[in-house]
Design a protein. Structure first.
Length: 486
């Protein structure tokens, strides 16, 4: 049986007492590994190692030296592309075609992108008049914030972990990563890469476990952690924010969403269908930016629902290795139970099930996996559970609307504010509606089109802070002003 160890101070470490938990395949619930669960001692050792590296060889490196190593990390991930792909697919069950196109290449690219950002982002300089006429100059410098706790989600494990680790290391910090207990493998594999390219011991550490009374709690409450970055559900993010208040430590939180898409009657119909199919069903709906509420202008409502139904039913559900697979299983049986509970709740509340709503028939051992059908509902009001609560599955409710003001108010009537998509050919309306959406990211006539230099984050209960480009540097560094009297 494969054992997945913690990675602490450049070595793979099994927790004292042999504490382990199971990692099972989402395809068939087969036991594929035992994961070593870090306790307080292991988390403390990881934070201590990170602090020593910060004060030692890593902290003494120049920016150019760090950049060279981070580029080497990206190159080594790409050299071991197949190893990372196999680990990511085994943990998540997602199609290989998806993981090979998105997860692994973008996971590697995050190191190169932020290596470029740290080399090319200036700080401030001001000349200041003084009463004696000699003047003064003020300039800003950046220093690392310190040891960063990185708490990662399971939906895009490598990509979203390196989205945080890349800029943290580029800025000169050290990190302790707590990956999701459901997807432990690629974070661990990255430890091998760090050693292979010569990243100093203690710069990158990984501790495995759960949240309360486990590695997650021990890391976020540790006094030696200077900042915490998190992606995941809102309830967990709020708990982390409370923990970070002790010591007034900064947090970057990307949390839940209940993202709307607004389709006006003048939209490019085929593009809107294709974009909405992707936003609702790609990665089995397990995307924080995904669409769960679709508002369609009434003149095209029936046609849109019929086309969306046809597209959902054309998705082939299957195993990752099949090139024809358009949708894999959910990440775990636990998450399957959650999603299916919403499928039942929608029916109980009176929804019309346009398609799906259950579990597909799968052959052999696959019947034991975390499969669900892509599902579309109509007929419910804006206050229904499936219209207000994040489900994080391959499903959406489609609502009709009659006017711009009406749909903007309805789309914004949520505790969340992560992302939105607007589909229209009217340029004035596009700018007007995008400006009114209460979200951190609004797409117009597209979805999941990302320039990684731009700010990323949510508003309301969807998060605090922004990452991406220079915005990541603002979180992972402390700006210091130096004032020199001439």
């Amino acid at each position: 049986m494969k054992t997945i160890a913690n990675f602490i101070d450049g070595a793979f470490v099994v927790a004292a007492g042999g504490r382990v938990f199971e990692k099972r395949s989402p395809l068939n619930n087969e036991l594929i590994a035992l994961v070593s669960e870090a306790g307080r001692d292991e988390v403390d050792a990881a934070v201590t190692a990170a602090r020593a590296a910060l004060e030692g060889p890593w902290g003494k490196m120049t920016v150019d030296e760090r950049v060279k190593l981070l580029n080497a990390v990206a190159d080594e991930i790409n050299r071991r592309f197949d190893d990372f792909l196999a680990a990511e697919v085994a943990d998540t069950g997602k199609p290989r075609s998806l993981a090979s196109h998105i997860d692994i290449p973008r996971g590697a690219a995050n190191f190169k992108i932020f290596a470029d950002v740290i080399k090319n982002t200036p700080t401030e300089f001001f000349e200041t008049a003084t009463p004696d006429g000699r003047g003064a100059i003020n300039y800003a410098t950046r220093r690392p914030v310190g040891v960063v706790g990185v708490v990662c989600p399971w939906n895009l494990p490598l990509l979203l972990m390196t989205w945080k680790v890349g800029p943290a290391l580029a800025c000169g910090n050290t990190v302790v990563v707590k990956p999701s207990e459901v997807t432990p493998q690629t974070a661990t594999l990255l430890g091998e890469v760090m050693n292979a390219v010569g990243i100093p011991k203690g710069v990158y550490n990984v501790v495995h476990g759960f949240g309360p009374d486990s590695a997650g709690e021990f890391l976020t409450t540790h006094k030696g952690v200077n900042a915490i970055t998190f992606t995941g559900e809102t309830r967990t993010g709020m708990a982390i924010m409370k923990a970070a208040a002790d010591g007034a430590r900064p947090v970057s939180l990307e949390m839940g969403g209940k993202n709307p898409a607004i389709v006006f009657a003048d939209a490019d119909f085929d593009a809107a269908i294709e974009g909405t199919l992707r936003s609702a069903f790609v990665n089995c709906g397990q995307v924080c930016l995904g669409t769960e509420r679709v508002y369609v202008e009434r003149p095209i409502f029936d046609r849109f629902v019929a086309a969306l139904k046809a597209g959902a039913e054309a998705l082939q559900i299957g195993v990752p290795e099949d090139p024809a697979t358009g949708m894999g299983p959910l990440v775990s049986l636990e998450h399957q139970a959650k999603v299916l509970s919403y499928y039942r709740k929608a029916v109980e509340e009176g929804a019309t099930v346009v398609t799906g709503g259950g579990v597909p028939a799968m052959p052999g051992d696959l019947a034991k996996g975390a499969w669900v059908q892509p599902t579309i509902w109509t007929g419910l009001g804006d206050d229904a559970a499936v219209a207000t609560e994040e489900i994080f599955g391959p499903c959406c409710h489609v609502f009709p609307f009659d006017s711009e003001d009406e749909v903007v108010a309805r789309a914004n009537n949520t505790e969340y504010g992560l992302a939105a998509a607007v589909w229209t050919r009217d340029l004035s309306r596009a700018h007007r509606v995008a400006a009114r959406m209460e979200v951190g990211l609004c797409w117009v006539n597209s979805w999941f089109l990302r320039d990684l230099r731009t700010p990323f984050g949510g508003s309301k209960n969807s998060g605090i802070g922004r990452e991406g480009g220079v915005h990541s540097l603002e979180f992972y560094t402390e700006l210091k002003n130096v004032c020199i009297k001439l």
